[in-house]
Design a protein around this ligand. Structure first.
Ligand SMILES: C[S@@+](CC[C@H](N)C(=O)[O-])C[C@H]1O[C@@H](n2cnc3c(N)ncnc32)[C@H](O)[C@@H]1O
Ligand code: SF4
Length: 355
């Protein structure tokens, strides 16, 4: 395994306001300075301490000595006809990650990456090809949203929603993901409405339960993709670690604890999990839960030989769910012409750079 290349200094975006206040106090400075720093980071979105002109010079020097900024270098980007832009960014250690900006009529949404690769091994997913290289720090996740905000028209556009559905499993990088989320929702951070943020997990049971205790209004999505234990284990090896029933129990706990609705994501794979009996079985499991099912026609990944479910069968699957009173929609696909199952751009880049 290659040795990890650490950044020279911790990233300033790795810290919450409270943590910066503690640091500020240690420097013998008044607490309000932390708020000023946050304002430069999240409102003015500067990329150096020199630009923080209302801070005393000695404090700027201390910041410069102690912290760094995340550098996201654009390797390439693809723009879809519908306005979706998919970026491949390089990190300080030459790893590459994907970030997507999606434009909706209700605002702009950013899809962020939480890990370089993924160790979960779902058979339909390009993000896991090559395994997990490392987890991102909170600051590296924050930087993707700040960068997206910088790339939008500053006068007229702002990031209004976030989905944690890029490369990686956020609940295997729980602390960094939570710090990221805190900075996104903080009134002095990016101040994004909690209900406009969704975190998606493959079903890391202990952290679904932990998330239920967090007292947030952030949406939770579960990648379920099968109606039973046996099929789910075939598609998602994580199911052997956290079996189907345990995932459902943890979801029920989350709903009970928070009163919030859960979204189940179900990628329809032709001839594998998309038959009428799968829909019947899934509906029976979910019918009494406060939930919503999102059907996603599987994205083509060249390394896998999965095919998409025909349109009529997708509608039939939805019809069966609805007949049993399970709320079910078919996800509108964005950026389909730029290809793209999540992780595919990075997989291609890895192939090209490693020969
Ligand atoms: C890339 S994952 C990242 C978040 C988390 N690891 C998870 O699995 O929920 C985001 C969503 O994309 C879905 N996904 C992955 N590969 C896909 C594919 N080829 N087609 C459709 N959806 C896919 C996942 O199942 C998940 O619901
Ligand atoms: S679907 Fe999510 S958990 Fe599964 S391999 Fe892809 S990124 Fe990892």
């Amino acid at each position: 395994m290659k040795k990890e290349i650490k950044p020279e200094k911790p990233f300033i975006y790795d810290y919450t306001l409270e943590q910066l206040q503690d640091w500020i106090k240690e420097q013998g400075e008044p607490a309000f300075r932390a708020g000023q720093i946050f304002d430069w980071l999240y409102v003015k979105r500067v990329s150096s301490f020199d630009e923080m002109t209302n801070l005393p010079k000695p404090l700027r020097e201390k910041l410069e000595a102690g912290f760094g900024f995340v550098t996201l270098t654009e390797i390439t980007h693809f723009r879809s006809k519908d306005g979706t832009v998919k970026f491949l960014f390089g990190l300080h250690d030459n790893h590459a990650i994907e970030t997507v900006i999606m434009r909706h009529n209700y605002g702009n949404s950013v899809c962020v990456t939480t890990q370089v690769g993924c160790r979960i091994g779902c058979t339909f997913c390009a993000s896991t090809l090559g395994g997990l290289k490392r987890s991102l720090t909170a600051g590296e996740i924050v930087a993707q949203v700040v960068k997206a905000q910088q790339l939008l028209d500053p006068e007229n556009e702002r990031v209004s929603s976030i989905v944690i559905m890029g490369i990686g499993e956020p609940f295997e990088n729980y602390e960094a993901t939570m710090t990221f989320l805190r900075n996104m929702i903080h009134p002095k951070g990016l101040n994004i409405g909690q209900r406009h943020i969704t975190v998606s997990t493959s079903g890391i049971v202990p952290n679904i339960r932990r998330f239920a205790e967090e007292d947030t209004q952030i949406n939770l999505a579960i990648s379920i993709h099968a109606p039973n234990d046996a099929l789910r284990s075939k598609l998602m090896p994580v199911n052997r670690r956290f079996p189907f029933e345990d995932v459902i129990d943890a979801c029920k706990y989350y709903i009970e604890k928070t009163g919030r609705r859960i979204t189940f994501e179900y990628a329809l794979i032709g001839g594998v999990n998309d038959r009428a009996e799968h829909a019947e079985e899934l509906a029976d499991v979910l019918k009494d839960m406060l939930c919503h099912v999102n059907l996603i026609p599987v994205n083509y990944v060249p390394e896998r030989d999965y095919v998409r479910t025909p349109r009529d069968d997708i509608f039939e699957f939805q019809r069966i769910m609805q007949k049993k009173n399970v709320n079910c929609t078919i996800r509108r696909e964005q950026g389909h012409d730029i290809a793209a199952a999540c992780g595919q751009l990075r997989a291609k880049h890895m192939e090209a750079t490693t020969g």
